[in-house]
Design a protein around this ligand. Structure first.
Ligand code: AMP
Length: 214
């Protein structure tokens, strides 16, 4: 299964992707995760990406396209993969199509995860991640038992730099302008499906699976 998850920041793409990995045994390719790791490791890529990420803007297409090309050519992607946070612009989607055409392995589905804007804001401002095990929490919807501490491993919880309110506004605007047009792009290719991304994680996941298996 070669799947693209579309949806605004905070729509829950990463959460659903993690459950899909378990069920289907295919990797998640999150350009946001790859870039955050590069920033944390202080690599040249990370140094280039950091200022764009901190402001809530997009890292240049050429950079992320190169990353994804390299990643999908790896062995563990032979059975398929879940692209999460890529493509985010029309040139990225076109570049992806071109690479996949060369590999003779087009996308099967682009699944749009749809969430109301007020809920997106709460999900993003409330999001906290464990420094130790990466478990995610939300102060509004799924708080840890003890403030600032991970239920699972006792690690310290932190807020992503780009989850601060000003940056979030910019990320949502960037989404509307640059990424939302991809819904039409994949609609025209007849591979677009959509799911309402509100309710419990498990309910959404059940809907996602029925859509993918229909
Ligand atoms: P995410 O975790 O997907 O919300 O991504 C966090 C940040 O990484 C974004 O706000 C962008 O600055 C950058 N980023 C992630 N994926 C892409 C992409 N496909 N194109 C450009 N920038 C990206």
């Amino acid at each position: 299964m070669r799947l693209v998850l579309l949806g605004a920041p905070g729509a829950g793409k990463g959460t659903q992707a993690k459950k899909l990995i378990e069920k289907y045994g295919i990797p998640q390719i999150s350009t946001g995760d790859i870039l955050r790791k590069a920033v944390a490791d202080g690599t040249p890529l990370g140094k280039e990406a950091k200022s764009y990420m901190d402001s809530g803007g997009l890292v240049p297409d050429s950079v992320v396209i190169g990353l994804v090309k390299e990643r999908i050519a790896q062995d563990d992607c032979k059975k398929g993969y879940i692209l999460d946070g890529f493509p985010r612009t029309t040139p990225q989607a076109e570049a992806l199509d071109a690479v996949l055409a060369e590999m003779n392995s087009p996308l099967d589905t682009a699944l749009s995860v749809d969430v109301d804007p007020e809920i997106l804001m709460k999900r993003l401002t409330g999001r906290r991640t464990c420094k130790g095990c990466q478990q995610m929490y939300n102060l509004h919807f799924n708080p840890p038992r003890k403030e600032g501490v991970c239920d699972k491993c006792g690690g310290e919880l932190f807020q992503r730099d780009d989850d601060k309110e000003d940056t979030i506004k910019n990320r949502l605007e960037v989404y509307e302008k640059s990424t939302a047009p991809l819904i039409d792009y994949y609609g025209k290719k007849n591979i677009l499906k959509s799911v309402e991304g509100m309710g419990s994680v498990d309910d959404i996941f059940n809907k996602v699976c029925s859509i993918l298996e229909a």
